[in-house]
Design a protein around this ligand. Structure first.
Ligand code: ADP
Ligand code: MG
Length: 491
C-alpha cells in the first residue's frame, strides 16, 4: 500500500477509505501496529518513525510499540530523542508539523532535535473521541521541508481510524488471553474430577498425573495411609490410553507367599492343594490394562525377585507351569512406607526399587494442604447425603472451623468417615460440630516439657506447612508481620 502524493492528491478520500478497510481487517495487534507504522512512513515518505501507545487504560505511561529505522538500542532512548515533540503532542493532543525543526521556534532549546539533526518532524495523536491512546511520530534528517501540510492532514485523519482499529485489536487480544487462562483453569478444575483439591500441593500432583497419562511408564505413589494413592492410580488409568482395558487393584500385604504368587501369576490345576482348576493370575487379567500393586513395600524377597522379572521381561509363568506367557501390563505401585529407606535397610531390592520408581508421586498428607479441607468436606457431604437421601444445606461455621482446625492423622479417609457419620447423626439441615464427633485434638505443639522457644518454632513451621508455605498467609494467621516471620525463619 502506498499513498504517493499524486494518489492522495487525486483522491485522498478514496485512499483513506481503502486504508481504513485494510486496517480494520487486521485483528492481531502486532501485524496491525506494523501496518499502521508502514502506512505512516510511506504516506509521508519519512525516513524513520515510531509509535507510542499507552501501556494500559489506567496508566499514564506511554511506551514505544513499533519503530522503523531506529536501532534496538536507540528505541530505548526514543522518548529522549523525541521527548520535546511527543510531549507536546501528548499534552495537547494536537498534530505537530515542523518543516525545519532546527529553525522552528517550537523546538527552541530542545537539545534532542539538534543532536539528532532532524529537519522534518511530524507527530500526530492517536485518539478515540477525546481520549488519547498514543501518537505516531515520523521524521527526516536531510530533506528540509519534506512533509507537506496535506500529507500530515492525511496522516491525522488516518490516525483516527487507526486508533479505533488498535483499540479493537487490543480488546480482542485481551479477551483471547483471558480465554486461554480460563480454559486452562477449567481444565485444571475438571481434568480429574474424582480428585478433590485445589491446593498448591495437590495441583503439583495433577501436573505429574497429566504428564504420565499418555505413556506406559511405571509410577510409584508414596504417601501416608488415606492420602488418596488409590484415587490417583485410578485417575491415571481411567484418563489414560488404557482406559478401555481393565484396572486391577491388588493389596500385596497380608497374603501368604504362595497365595500371593498364585493370585498374581495364576496356577495350573493340581499344582498345590486347593488348586482344583487352572486359574489366570491378575497379570493376565490386567493384560492391556493397569495393575495397581498396593503396599508394595510389604512383599517378601522371593516375591520381589518374581516381580522384577515381570517388570523387566514382561513375562510370567503360572504356578506349576513351565510355559512362559507374555503380558502387557502397566504397573502402578503404592506404598505408605518411605521406599528408599526400605532399600537402605535391606528390605527391598534396589533394582526393583528403581524399576518401580521411574516416576514418583508423593501424596501430600491432609495437614499440609488444609486449604482443601472445606472442598473435601463439601464433596463428601454431597456424596453421603445423596446416598442416604437426606438433604443438607452445608456446615455451620462452627463445624467448618473445627474441621479446619483438626489434625487429620488419618488424612482424607478419616475426614470422609467423619462426614459419613455426621450425615447419619445430623438432625437439622446443617451439619453442626456435635454431629462431627471429633476427638479433641491432642497436638504435639502442646506436649508438656516444650520450651517457649521450641513452641514458637513449631507453631511457625506448622502454620507455614498448613498454608502451602505461603508466608503472607501464615503471618496473617499468626497475627505477625511478614518481616517478623521471615526473621524467625532465618533464625
Ligand atoms: N483428593 C481426594 N478427593 C476425593 N476423595 C479422596 C481424595 N483422596 C482420598 N479420597 C478418598 O479417601 C479415601 C482414601 O483414599 P485412598 O486412595 O484409598 O487412600 P490411600 O490409598 O492413600 O490409603 C477413599 O475413600 C477416597 O475416595
Ligand atoms: Mg490405599
Amino acid at each position: 500500500m502506498s499513498i504517493t502524493n499524486s494518489d492522495s492528491e487525486k483522491n485522498p478520500f478514496k485512499a483513506l477509505y481503502e486504508i481504513s478497510q485494510l486496517i480494520n481487517s487486521i485483528q492481531e495487534l502486532d501485524p496491525l501496529l506494523n501496518k499502521v507504522m508502514d502506512i505512516a512512513i510511506e504516506t509521508l515518505t519519512a525516513e524513520r518513525g515510531f509509535m507510542l501507545l499507552k501501556s494500559s487504560e489506567s496508566s499514564g505511561e506511554f511506551s514505544a510499540s513499533v519503530a522503523r529505522n531506529i536501532s534496538e538500542k536507540k528505541i530505548a532512548d526514543i522518548t529522549e530523542i523525541s521527548s520535546s515533540v511527543v510531549k507536546q503532542v501528548l499534552a495537547k493532543g494536537e498534530t505537530i508539523l515542523s518543516y525545519d525543526a532546527l529553525q522552528d521556534e517550537l523546538f527552541a532549546g530542545s537539545e534532542s532535535i539538534a543532536i539528532q539533526q532532524i529537519r522534518s518532524v511530524a507527530c500526530v495523536p492517536l485518539r478515540i473521541k477525546k481520549r488519547l491512546i498514543g501518537a505516531i511520530y515520523v521524521d527526516n534528517s536531510k530533506k528540509v521541508g519534506r512533509f507537506t501540510q496535506e500529507s500530515v492532514d492525511f496522516l491525522s485523519a488516518f490516525a483516527n481510524h487507526a486508533a479505533i482499529a488498535i483499540e479493537n485489536a487490543r480488546f480482542c487480544q485481551a479477551l483471547k488471553e483471558e480465554n486461554v487462562l480460563l480454559k486452562k483453569e477449567m481444565q485444571r478444575v475438571s481434568q480429574f474430577p474424582e480428585i478433590i483439591g485445589n491446593s498448591k500441593k495437590i495441583r503439583e500432583v495433577f501436573d505429574i498425573i497429566s504428564s504420565v497419562l499418555d505413556s506406559e511408564i511405571t509410577v510409584l505413589i508414596e504417601g501416608e495411609s488415606g492420602t488418596g494413592k488409590e484415587v490417583v492410580a485410578r485417575a491415571i488409568h481411567y484418563n489414560g490410553m488404557r482406559k478401555d482395558k481393565p484396572f486391577v487393584a491388588f493389596f500385596c500385604g497380608a497374603l501368604s507367599e504362595n497365595l500371593l504368587e498364585s493370585e498374581l501369576f495364576g496356577h495350573k490345576k493340581g499344582s498345590f492343594t486347593g488348586a482344583v482348576q487352572d486359574k489366570k493370575g491378575l497379570f493376565e487379567i490386567a493384560d492391556g490394562g493397569t495393575l495397581f500393586l498396593d503396599e508394595i513395600g510389604d512383599v517378601s524377597p522371593q516375591m520381589q525377585t518374581k516381580l522384577l522379572r515381570v517388570l523387566q521381561e514382561g513375562e510370567i509363568k503360572r504356578v506349576g507351569e513351565t510355559q512362559i506367557r507374555k503380558v502387557n501390563v502397566r504397573i502402578i505401585a503404592a506404598t505408605n512406607k518411605v521406599l528408599i529407606d526400605e532399600v537402605k535397610s535391606g528390605n527391598l531390592r534396589e533394582d526393583l526399587y528403581y524399576r518401580l520408581n521411574v516416576i514418583s508421586i508423593m501424596m501430600p498428607p491432609l495437614r499440609e494442604r488444609k486449604g482443601d479441607v472445606p472442598l473435601l468436606a463439601h464433596h463428601f457431604l454431597e456424596k453421603y447425603s445423596k446416598k442416604s437421601n437426606k438433604e443438607f444445606k452445608g456446615f455451620t461455621p462452627d463445624a467448618l472451623n473445627s474441621l479446619n482446625k483438626y489434625h487429620w492423622h488419618g488424612n482424607v479417609r478419616e475426614l470422609e468417615n467423619t462426614i459419613e457419620r455426621a450425615v447419619v447423626l445430623a438432625k437439622a439441615n446443617l451439619i453442626d460440630t456435635k454431629d462431627l464427633k471429633m476427638p479433641s485434638s491432642s497436638d504435639e505443639l502442646f506436649e508438656s516439657g516444650v520450651t517457649l522457644k521450641d513452641f514458637n518454632k513449631r507453631l511457625v513451621l506448622k502454620t507455614l506447612s498448613e498454608n502451602d508455605n505461603n508466608k503472607t498467609k501464615a503471618a496473617e494467621i499468626l497475627g505477625v508481620s511478614r518481616r517478623w516471620l521471615q526473621y524467625q525463619l532465618k533464625k
